[in-house]
Write a protein that binds this ligand. Structure first.
Ligand SMILES: *Cc1c(COP(=O)(O)O)cnc(C)c1O
Length: 391
């Protein structure tokens, strides 16, 4: 078992060693550790729904009524009626005929991509797509053609140059998870029509976040009817847990019959489903939550821009990366910021390309604007003081 220690030594030497950190969440925006409270700028809980009293109550009641675990897979032990309600409301929210819930967004990607594509098919995938898309592509055994990030000219060239006997699938994150920019979905669907490809968008960071009322990337561009597969998660803006796919009735039936990560895993617990459903209803009843989220994100992005921090300029999503380059520097900066009461994640390879390690700030609708402004001041001062910016 020598290889275990060898590997760990190697990642430590590269400053890429990873550890879980224990924090006690005290609200949607603050965590506690050893009696000290920290401002959290590292959560994907974009609408603060994890701590919405209505959502919490729905989960509590589901535990009382239905117990804790689900006891088995959806197709064998049975599907809790809450699943039907949730799936119908998700389809309605996404403006599609049907939807299907998986245990996580990761499992949804792996299950759907490997169900849709096989050895005869070609998948065109953005180079910055999420790891779960990459893993789904690998599992499918399809030929995978990676195109440069949101580069539509190259995508077109590759579509033109790649012949295939089977299907073509173009897959992209809607909002990119580490950069916060939005995929040019309007252009992607146009190319897909021209070259007869299926379009799949992963809206893990877009559902509840962008588009009018938080309906996601397809709605943002008004191309819902041209995106065949819309994937999302209940774990981020919806404050619960679980992935989902929305699309035509036939697509969802196909996935139910073919996606192995759906078929062979125990269903989510009733409390989780109840929380997801209550959160979706809160989102739909309060579109102002999405507006506040967008305003808070805009505030932080603008303050960072004024201070000449290297943020992605055209972003609109609440993911705001400050690129510092070196992995070790990113980790040291987050440690310094923690001493000043702020928790931000350092994102390093292999999550992002070598040389683009970053502080990844995420903003939620629940953050207080004054506290956000003060935090940006602290971040800017800390980054400038360390003279660490590479760009
Ligand atoms: C987080 C994320 C996922 C995985 O969703 P989970 O519900 O956390 O498993 C999938 N795709 C993207 C783009 C993500 O950011």
């Amino acid at each position: 078992m020598q290889f275990l220690g060898d590997y760990l030594e190697k990642v430590k030497a590269k400053k890429l060693y990873r550890q879980t950190i224990v924090y006690n969440p005290v609200s949607a925006t603050h965590v506690q550790e050893n009696g000290q409270v920290y401002l959290l700028l590292a959560s994907n809980n974009y609408l603060g729904l994890t701590h919405d009293p209505v959502v919490q109550q729905a989960a509590i009641e589901a535990v009382r009524l239905y117990g804790t675990g689900s006891g088995g897979a959806r197709l064998t032990t049975g599907t809790h009626p809450l699943f039907d309600e949730l799936e119908q409301e998700l389809a309605n929210f996404k403006d599609t005929q049907a939807a299907i819930v998986f245990n996580t967004g990761y499992m949804a990607n792996v299950g759907v991509i490997s169900a849709l594509a096989g050895a005869e098919d070609v998948i065109f995938s953005d180079e910055l797509n999420h790891a779960s898309i990459i893993d789904g592509c690998r599992l499918s055994r399809a030929r995978v053609v990676v195109y440069r990030h949101s580069d539509m000219e190259q995508l077109q060239e590759l579509l033109k140059a790649t012949s295939c006997r089977g299907k073509r699938l173009i897959v992209t994150d809607g909002v990119f998870s580490m950069d916060g920019d939005i995929a040019p979905l309007d252009k992607i669907v146009a190319l897909a029509e021209q070259y007869e490809a299926i379009v799949m968008v992963d809206d893990a960071h877009a559902t509840g976040v962008i588009g009018p009322g938080g309906h996601g990337t397809a709605a943002y561009f008004g191309v819902q009817d041209k995106v065949q597969v819309q994937l999302g998660t209940l774990s981020k803006a919806l404050g619960a847990e679980g992935g989902f796919v929305a699309g035509s009735q036939e697509l969802i039936e196909y996935i139910r019959n073919k996606a192995r990560s759906f078929i062979f895993s125990t269903a989510l617990a009733p409390a989780t489903i109840a929380a997801g459903l209550a959160a979706l209803r809160q989102l739909r009843a309060q579109p102002a939550l999405v507006t506040r989220l967008q305003e808070n994100a805009q505030l932080v992005r603008q303050l960072l821009e004024y201070a000449q921090m290297p943020v992605v300029l055209d972003g609109v999503a609440p993911i705001i990366p400050v690129i510092v380059g070196d992995a070790d520097k990113a980790v040291k900066l987050t440690a310094e910021l923690k001493q000043q009461g702020i928790i931000i994640s350092a994102i390093r390879p292999p999550t992002v390309p070598v040389g683009t390690s970053r502080l990844r700030l995420t903003v939620t609708a629940s953050h207080d604007r004054k506290e956000l402004a003060a935090a940006v001041n602290t971040i800017v001062a800390t980054v400038k003081q360390s003279e660490m910016i590479v760009r």
